[in-house]
Design a protein around this ligand. Structure first.
Ligand SMILES: Cc1ncc(COP(=O)(O)O)c(C=O)c1O
Length: 560
């Protein structure tokens, strides 16, 4: 029987087409691909009470709801919420287009009837936003796919682009006589004044080691660090601060999970599944423990756009599969992978899974509880926080089953020379003095992002990505690498007749910082026959002016 849990969206706003299909199939007796779109449309628009009634009647059987009204409210709420976020996460501008694509001949949805918050004027200037209704402005965005999506007055959540840029002092640096254009966000982001000030405040008023003191500053420092832990938990939808372990970054996070949790379950011939898209940090730790235990690494293939082939992914799982690990956004191609489905597949086979959120957490909303990820990891410095701090989110039972990662102070309850009794998680994994100031800075960075609104940031960056790709494709001889429909702001490319390092250095002459190289993702680049690409990567403070500067330089280089 269908249960209420079937209606939990996978990622607080990333309902996959499969989830929509499951939901529609469960809700509507007459569900078939041809009627599905209109069914969901009716539910979304809240206009067809008969459909909602039917949904509610079915859902009445669900034990989790105690009232008929609650069921209706919950379904409508979930769907309207999901729809709002679907744009930024799935990388799809036109919902109707996406549905028609997925359901073959199904008629496109009438997007203009959808809930108005879907079309929050986040991508429009304040004056445009004031003078146009949300629905009519949407039409203009949809008509011209590559219309310039930003100006100084563009609203991104609670701020304008101009205000956001003013928050980042380094953006005012001049490099080689030009104002800095920072397109190396995939490697590391810049820090806003709010984070810098928080670090200064910490060192001026709170600096102390944590947990072990009886004095005022030890309390202040401990409070600041533990507050940051709660902020992280809230930001990624973890049930509790106890699920959050602080480490140095994503690399250490994956090494921790591999060694502390996975390794103990491996025997010769057991399997770990990763994907072709992985960063070396999500390959090498698994290879090391595989070599130590005799386990094997299996690699999920991708299609020509750079997207995981889900049907092939499922085929990799066998009774010998002990763990899976996958990136949510490819750092080399920008592909947003269908982690919700991948987690479901892994769990169907009884396999726990880690999601590498290094390139996703700053760009799309993440809810680890809704996703049901066993582990989720990310680095602070890729989300406007200091270097030297990262996060392992782990489900309570997984962290409890994991062995200590490093031994030392703080991770113990009691030590004698005969034995040691370990602390509970997260302290069990935090031996020694933590990167306290950096952790506090991470808390400030997440507060900064939350105050703007991560869904709005995702939407804005999606528009910027579309704009950049449109402009870059016009340059003769330029080839974008990675064209998945769901794509974050990673604009990997090569340019005929020009070496990738030459291109990077040429752009640097104009103050434009991009990365040239293999991006620590050699397997996926080699799959495309490349040893490296030039990789501009976008963040919330980038503008169409930044893109225009780069495109102008690339035009002149391509003519040489
Ligand atoms: C997808 C992905 N995973 C892992 C990492 C490693 O992150 P860090 O160097 O912060 O440990 C990166 C860094 O670029 C990445 O992009």
């Amino acid at each position: 029987m269908t249960t209420a849990s079937d209606f939990t969206l996978s990622n607080a706003g990333l309902p996959s087409e499969r989830e929509i299909e499951t939901l529609a199939g469960a809700l509507f007796a007459d569900f078939d691909p041809a009627t599905c779109a209109s069914g969901i449309d009716s539910l979304l628009t809240k206009g067809d009470t008969a459909v909602i009634d039917r949904a509610a009647q079915k859902a009445q059987a669900f034990s989790d709801f105690d009232s008929y009204e609650g069921v209706v409210a919950s379904l409508v709420h979930d769907y309207s919420q999901a729809e709002v976020l679907d744009y930024s996460q799935a990388g799809v501008l036109d919902y109707g287009q996406a549905v028609s694509h997925d359901y073959g001949q199904a008629p496109a949805l009438d997007t203009h009837q959808a809930p108005s918050q879907v079309y929050s004027p986040a991508l429009l200037s304040q004056s445009q936003a004031d003078s146009q209704s949300a629905l009519s402005t949407t039409k203009s965005v949809e008509k011209d796919e590559h219309a310039s999506p930003s100006s100084a007055h563009t609203r991104i959540g609670s701020k304008t682009l101009e205000q956001i840029r003013a928050d980042f002092p380094i953006l005012h640096e001049r490099v080689n006589g030009h104002q800095l254009v920072w397109f190396d966000n995939g490697a590391t982001t810049q820090r806003p004044r709010q984070v810098i000030d928080r670090l200064v405040h910490y060192y001026e008023h709170e600096n102390s080691n944590v947990h072990r003191g009886v004095h005022e500053l030890a309390d202040r420092s401990t409070d600041a660090m533990e507050k940051a832990r709660q902020t992280v938990a809230d930001f990624i939808g973890a049930p509790s601060a106890e699920n959050i372990v602080f480490v140095r970054g994503t690399t250490e996070a994956i090494n921790l999970v591999a060694n502390a949790y996975v390794k103990q379950y491996l025997a010769p011939g057991d399997e770990i599944i990763v994907t072709l898209l992985e960063h070396h940090a999500n390959i090498v730790p698994w290879q090391i423990i595989a070599a130590e235990t005799g386990a094997l690494i299996k690699v999920a293939p991708i299609d020509e756009s750079g997207q995981i082939i889900l049907s092939e992914y499922e085929k990799l799982f066998t009774p010998r599969t002990k763990f899976a690990s996958a990136t949510q956004v490819s750092n080399a191609l920008g592909t947003i992978t269908p982690v919700a489905e991948m987690i479901q597949i892994a769990h169907r086979h009884g396999v726990p899974i880690l999601i590498d959120g290094a390139q996703s957490v700053a760009h799309i909303p993440v809810n680890v509880s809704a996703l049901d990820a066993d582990f989720f990891v990310f680095s602070g410095h890729k989300i406007y926080a200091p270097t030297g701090v990262g996060v392992v989110y782990g489900k309570k039972e997984r962290l409890a089953a994991a062995k200590p990662y490093q031994g030392g102070g703080n991770m113990i309850k009691d030590v004698t020379f005969e034995r040691t009794i370990y602390n509970e998680a997260p302290a069990k994994f935090e031996a020694g003095t933590a990167a306290i100031a950096q952790i506090v800075g991470l808390g400030a960075a997440l507060e900064y992002v939350s105050a703007i609104g991560i869904a709005d940031i995702g939407r804005y960056e999606h528009e910027l990505t579309q704009y950049a790709m449109g402009e870059m494709r016009k340059i003769p001889g330029l080839h974008l690498i990675g064209n998945a429909a769901a794509k974050a702001g990673v604009l990997s490319f090569v340019l005929d007749g020009h070496d990738i390092f030459e291109i990077g250095e040429y752009l640097n002459r104009f103050g434009i910082a991009v990365r040239s190289g293999h991006h620590c993702a050699q397997p996926v680049l080699r799959h495309f026959g490349l040893e490296g690409t030039v990789r501009p990567t976008l963040a919330v403070y980038n503008s169409t002016d930044d893109i225009d500067e780069m495109v102008k330089a690339l035009w002149s280089l391509s003519a040489k």
